[in-house]
Design a protein around this ligand. Structure first.
Ligand SMILES: *Cc1c(COP(=O)(O)O)cnc(C)c1O
Length: 363
């Protein structure tokens, strides 16, 4: 039996008629950028997350870039971010000229809130909170620190659509930055992203920034971006968003099976913090001989991926920051021991059984 790591078109085939009808509607109506589909999607997505506003964008990286830009974060400023994130979180900071200050993760793979205060200096302007692998971070503690030191909160929600902490969804605590890249929980059929906010002025400014710095056509207030979500993706996202709760429940069910049925002393299963939920963007296990486990699964037809093999501080892109191996030992240890198992919408029961059985036989 073969179980790929992910299969992206299964969610499409689940509701094929709805997606195709929507795509044809958009193609035929002749309005392709910033029209009714984007407007309606923005309302529906803000409703879903629980904010007053959402702004459709071209991708998740630009959501981060625009969020930090709007906050005035620039050269000379520092932004705290967890060291074990996907590199885009860090690029959102550095593309504005600011300096990332890395903090080690906790046992839930999110930023270790107990270590944030030690990283704060007089240059610190914001904390970038990444709800990694789909699990909400320790927001009680983090919001307390942000308040005490007067820091902005930018949430990287690219993996956490719908996850919550104490009943509040990620993306409602600070400025929420979302990606709709195809493999994300709310993935479109190309690139897409969004920002969520409760603040009317921020909402207006984000709309200006995404559209060449103009609110009124040809009257440009600032040097902006072309970072718009297009109508086709917005329309298709509306279809998927209307089914997102079912899709999340399906992921939860698979994750819960893995959590209760995978029993192998060599493999450490992921944990969920009290008060937090996970939408299981990824199911990440840890194991000492990770490469051996990956090869074993591969030879049994099971696809896995490492998220992520090289932490940002050791990437070539960030050589200029001057870090070296050993600077963030917990992060580096995770990079050597994590492995993501197949978990996707449309994964059959037989496929789940097979993954569980093969892992339980691993020695
Ligand atoms: C995917 C991802 C991004 C970037 O989103 P894109 O839409 O691919 O630009 C940012 N942060 C995290 C944690 C991600 O997983």
């Amino acid at each position: 039996m073969k179980v790929p790591f992910n299969v992206l078109n299964k969610t499409y085939f689940m509701k094929q008629e709805e997606y195709e009808k929507k795509a044809l509607d958009v193609l035929r109506n002749g309005w392709y950028v910033l029209g009714n589909e984007v407007k309606e999607f923005e309302k529906e997505f803000a409703d879903y997350i629980g904010t007053n506003y959402s702004i459709g964008l071209d991708n998740g990286l630009n959501a981060l870039v625009i969020a930090f830009r709007e906050l005035g974060i620039k050269e000379g400023d520092e932004v705290i971010v967890q060291a074990n994130t996907y590199i885009a979180s860090v690029m959102g900071i550095t593309m504005n000229g600011a300096t990332p200050v890395f903090v080690e993760p906790d046992e839930y793979f999110n930023i270790d809130a107990e270590k944030i205060e030690a990283a704060i200096t007089e240059k610190t302007k914001a904390i970038c909170v990444v709800h990694l692998y789909g699990q909400a971070s320790n927001m009680d503690k983090i919001m307390g620190i942000a308040k005490k030191y007067n820091l902005y909160i930018v949430e990287d929600c690219a993996q956490s659509h719908g996850a919550n902490f104490n009943g509040k969804r990620t993306g409602t605590f600070g400025i929420g930055c979302f990606s709709f890249y195809p493999s994300k929980n709310l993935g479109c059929f190309g690139d897409g992203g969004a920002i969520t906010t409760n603040d009317e002025k921020l909402d207006r400014d984000f709309r200006v920034l995404r559209n060449y710095g103009s609110e009124k056509r040809y009257y440009n207030e600032v040097v902006g971006y072309n970072s718009r979500l297009d109508e086709l993706q917005a329309g298709l996202l509306r279809v998927k968003l209307s089914h997102l709760n079912e899709l999340t429940e399906e992921r939860e069910k698979i994750a819960n099976r893995y959590l209760s049925e995978i029993k192998n002393l060599k493999i450490e299963l992921p944990k969920v913090r009290k008060g937090a939920t996970s939408v299981w963007h990824l199911f990440v296990v840890k194991t000492d001989e990770r490469d051996k486990l990956q090869k074993y699964l591969e030879s049994n037809g099971i696809g896995t991926v490492i998220h992520y093999p090289i932490p940002p501080h050791l990437s070539k892109a960030y050589e200029y920051l001057g870090y070296k191996a050993g600077d963030f030992p917990i992060t580096e240890r995770y990079a050597e021991t994590v492995l993501s198992l197949p978990l996707y919408n449309g994964m059959t029961e037989e496929e789940q059984n097979y993954v569980i059985e093969i892992i339980n036989q691993y020695e």
